[in-house]
Design a protein around this ligand. Sequence first.
Ligand code: NIG
Ligand code: FE
Length: 443
Amino acid sequence: MTAAGPPGLLVDGAREVVTMAGGLRRGSTQGQAAVLSAADADLAVACWEGHVVLAGGREEVTRRLAADGLDPADPSRFGHLDARGGTVTPGLIDPHTHLVFAGSREREIDLRRRGAGYLEILAAGGGILSTVAATRAASLDDLVTGGRRWLREMLGHGATTVEAKSGYGLERDAELRQLEAIGRLDAEGPVELVPTFLGAHAVAPEFRGRPDATDTYVRDVIEVQLPAVAAQGIARFCDVFCEEGVFNTDQSRRVLEAGTRLGLVPRLHADELRPSGGAELAAELGAAAADHLGVPSPAGVEALARAAERGNPVVATLLPATSLFLKGEEYGPARELIDRGVPLALGTDFNPGTSPTPNLQLMLSLAVLRMGLTAAEALAGVTINAAHALRLGDSHGAIEPGRQADLVVWDVPTHTQIPYWLGANLVCAVVKRGRVVWGGAPD
Ligand code: NIG
Ligand code: FE
């Protein structure tokens, strides 16, 4: 963790504060970012002991702190961060990554250029399975070191909370080792990690070629891996790659129900490459999120819309870098999902095979340029809605009194410029639990 400092932090000099106050966004509220703005850049956010106290005009914030006996000018009580006329948002939340792995897969770019499909490369023993071979051979320290490198990049681009999956072990001990690496990185901080077990990412190589290979492997996930993962106590979610040709809906249901019995919340890789019944299954199981949704069926969209209407929303988590990296055109029906009242989140899907980018800012640009979202809709997708996708919707993802003080200070005067400066890193400073953990040191 970061060194102890004063218990308070005052961020001031902001022209805009995107609070995202007001809870989960869906339908017409997806684009309501609850923005405070002040042409004279006098907005402030006060934090105390890791939580937001309030946001507003500097004078009012100072007055209300004084009424509580707190003087923001007292350096023993408050650090200070000057936003220099920029924009403050909640810390970004990446709700879908495969952070911990070994090796790299740049060779597949060329295989795809020559016409090989993603699942074809996997079926031939490459793809995910080549990362599995490298990850099984890596030590815990190797995995921690690799994860730390990419977490620094994520933090530097504004991410303060990151979901991270196993799924490159595909056997008990290697899956446990990946989860342990995730647990260590979380304990190390400052980025907070949310661990997910993804034993059902592909059929392990030693099962392939057997009759009923997939069902036999699913039994291994359920009977061998899941009980050990639950006993280890690190994973919070259970995920499955539910896709035609990988795990079908029956196999996915079995894994996710077994996970639920052990206290792991279900989430899915759903309908990434073909409509495979993943969105329908996510709605049926009350999953926290249905991820990818590059090509859900009309019935899948309908099921997600109904779940949201019933007050049991599954967060549709779209992963545009994967679409860009694999195909360059299929970004999922983002507008339709929003129009049907489904809450939308965005993630990097950071992984060595389909999305080697740790940069959530880029997802905002792709969402605006390729998926038809407004800047505010996209920002909701990497803050409050991403928090809900991780079941952290009451404590993370917004600048509201009592919430965890995770903030980003951006070097632009308004949030609408964040997706606009394509490919630039606009982050000046990142605050995690009320402490400056990247950039602009407090004076
Ligand atoms: O989300 N589609 C399945 N899993 C990852 C890719 C994993 C890999 O290719 O290594 C994804 O795209
Ligand atoms: Fe993924």
